[in-house]
Design a protein around this ligand. Structure first.
Ligand code: SF4
Length: 615
């Protein structure tokens, strides 16, 4: 129960689609979604495979709770070897696509090979068909989703697609579903594009059953009460979204600014949640129209925004004057503070383009920041940028590059390399603010030490969604730790990493963990799924998943030398704010972390650890 017990295997080279039973022994060890799909990838592919080769596989996966009535249980993930990083990649998305896929009766769809010509996959429960996508190739995710619904005269189809960025090989392309929800990081959309797979469109009506319905309903109801009564999930996130963090993190002195040269941004309040709610001069309306929820979510942190019709980006362009997905904190930071841009409408426009053409605003914004620093240093000139004055603070440069990157044209195509390759190309590798090739999100590890260890050890490259120690270090969840201290951070990061692996594998949204502990999550999983899913077993499952991902990366060629941070964070002390004078103390935290993990001093899981985890 809870699992559909069914996998759809699509061989794009041969044009075949076949169903097969889910390996229930693996489900009992890896739960679902992130954990279980990674197990399939590990077993079925060579870790050294070129991410863009037909031999790499792309797996769309739901969790056992996906499609149930648990709060936020509409998630799905895309698992593959990442095009941006060459490391294990798992990008998670909300919206409604995951629920539809589970209701069509699939725990996973495994894509193999490469289609000779562009195709999309159409699923209606047991009816599965690969269809020529040439009419949609070269169009945006928005037009693809609209076009497929119209062509099949089914407005209830749920569609996940790539935009032109994914077709053109932008290294950080996303898979976008429901217009503005994305499996955003590590270039999973680039891998989808390399397979000539434009979209997956699904209708599912089968329903999802659980093992012990009365116990499940009791646990779900209790979980929803906890979310409603919690200040963050019951009030803060619905009202302000994740953007509630902009001013908080700036005051903390951990808001990376101008490619991490500074850690406080003088324009933070202009691009904050509070600014999104302020009426505009031109029409008296605010940027933020309303909040929105993914399938089954009782938090509703999503933002729906409009851009001022008189703004230079959308004047005479009615297609961008409609309401669409607004700025979340990470996007607002990457498009704004990382580049020194404080024009809220320009940021909202760039965010629309990221959704429309399917690319990750975090990696895009951070790469523009690195390019701006190279421009200011004279390494890049207008000759290379196609005439764009790439100065920090230039909203025009940001929005021009968003449009060019989305189409893979001009200097936008170079931005589409990501900061690591771009900075290497121009001889300034130290200016790429990344780990394992993936750009940092919105927290500077000089001001929040635990995030430095989080980034350095993250299996998918720099990422806040593998261990969000900001919860403890800034918000005091589940208990307050000092953000400027390194003591105790190894254990904290490890606990967050393992618990997050469980949440991601269950089919839940990680934002629930602002309110839920494993005492709330465990009973929901245990009641829904067969087998013993005690909290102890769940945490062991999370640790097993983490070590499996680690082993995949080691086999792919990564070593402990990749568990590091750019020199700027390790050597250049913060200039302002509470962290003034601090660097990230990774050298102290990392050996403690290896030891806590049961790894050698070279960061390799010992045989004892592997045996303990039944790996
Ligand atoms: S908390 Fe936000 S991101 Fe998570 S499921 Fe709800 S609306 Fe979606």
């Amino acid at each position: 129960m809870a699992w559909a017990r069914n996998i759809l295997r699509v061989n794009l080279t041969q044009g075949t689609c076949t169903s097969e039973p889910l390996n229930m022994e693996w489900a009992g060890k890896y739960l679902g979604q992130r954990g279980l799909a990674t197990k399939y990838l590990v077993e079925e592919t060579d870790p050294k495979v070129d991410p863009l080769s037909p031999d790499n596989k792309l797996i769309m996966a739901t969790g056992p709770l996906t499609g149930t009535c648990a709060s936020t249980a509409g998630r799905y993930s895309v698992i593959t070897k990442g095009a941006l990083t060459g490391a294990i990649a798992c990008s998670n998305s909300g919206g409604f696509f995951g629920n539809e896929m589970k209701n069509a009766g699939y725990d996973m769809i495994i894509f193999e090979g490469r289609a000779a010509n562009p195709v999309y996959l159409l699923i209606n429960n047991d009816s599965v068909e690969l269809i020529d996508a040439s009419e949609f190739w070269g169009t945006s995710t928005w037009n693809t989703e609209d076009g497929i619904k119209k062509k099949h005269q089914d407005p209830l189809l749920r569609v996940a697609s790539i935009g032109v960025a994914g077709e053109k090989g932008v290294k950080f392309a996303c898979v976008v579903n429901d217009m503005d929800r994305a499996a955003g990081r590590s270039g999973v959309g680039t891998v989808m594009g390399s397979k000539n797979l434009k979209a997956v469109a699904i209708r599912g009506t089968k329903g999802v059953s659980v093992d012990d319905a009365p116990a499940f309903m009791k646990a779900v109801s209790s979980g929803k009460s906890v979310l409603a009564e919690n200040g963050v999930t019951g009030q803060g996130l619905p009202a302000f979204g994740t953007q509630v963090l902009m001013n908080v993190i700036n005051e903390t002195g951990a808001l990376p600014t101008r490619n991490h040269r500074d850690i406080q941004f003088e324009g933070a309040s202009d691009i904050s949640a509070e600014a999104m709610a302020e009426p505009r001069e031109s029409d008296g309306k605010p940027n933020l129209m309303t909040n929105a929820a993914c399938f089954g979510c009782t938090i509703a942190c999503g933002r729906v925004s409009t851009i001022d019709r008189t703004h230079y980006t959308v004047k005479d362009r009615p297609e961008y004057q409609k309401a669409s997905g607004g700025l979340e904190y990470e996007a607002a930071w990457a498009l704004g503070a990382a580049n020194g841009v404080n024009d809220l409408d320009a940021l909202t426009f760039a965010n629309f383009i990221c959704n429309e053409q399917g690319f990750d605003p975090i990696s895009f914004g951070a790469t523009v920041g690195a390019a701006m620093e190279m421009f200011e240093d004279g390494v890049l000139t207008t000759e290379q940028t196609g005439g764009i004055e790439l100065k920090f603070g230039s909203a025009e440069a940001l929005t021009q590059l968003a449009e060019l990157c989305g189409k893979g044209e001009g200097f936008g195509a170079e931005i589409g390399l990501g900061s690591k390759l771009l900075c290497e190309k121009y001889g300034r590798p130290e200016l790429s603010m990344s780990v394992k090739g993936q750009e940092f999100p919105a927290y500077d590890s000089r001001g929040i030490q635990g995030m430095g260890l989080t980034y350095a050890t993250s299996n998918r490259g720099a990422c806040h969604l593998r261990s969000y120690t900001v919860a403890s270090e800034i918000l005091g969840i589940p208990e307050k730790t000092d953000p400027l201290e390194t003591d105790g951070k190894a254990g904290l990061v490890m606990a967050f990493q393992d618990a997050t692996a469980v949440v991601d594998s269950a089919g839940l949204c990680v934002f629930t963990t602002f309110a839920w502990s494993m005492d709330d999550i465990g009973p929901q999983i245990d009641a829904a799924c067969e087998g013993d899913w005690s909290i102890e077993n769940l945490m062991a499952c999370g640790e097993r998943i983490w070590n499996m991902e680690r082993n995949y990366n080691l086999a792919a060629g990564f070593t402990n030398k990749d568990d590091t941070l750019p020199a700027r964070l390790l050597k250049d002390a913060a200039k302002t704010g509470p962290a003034k004078g601090k660097v990230c103390g990774l050298d102290k935290m990392l050996p403690e972390y290896y030891q806590a993990r049961g790894w050698t001093t070279e960061g390799v899981p010992t045989n004892e650890t592997l045996n303990r985890l039944a790996l």
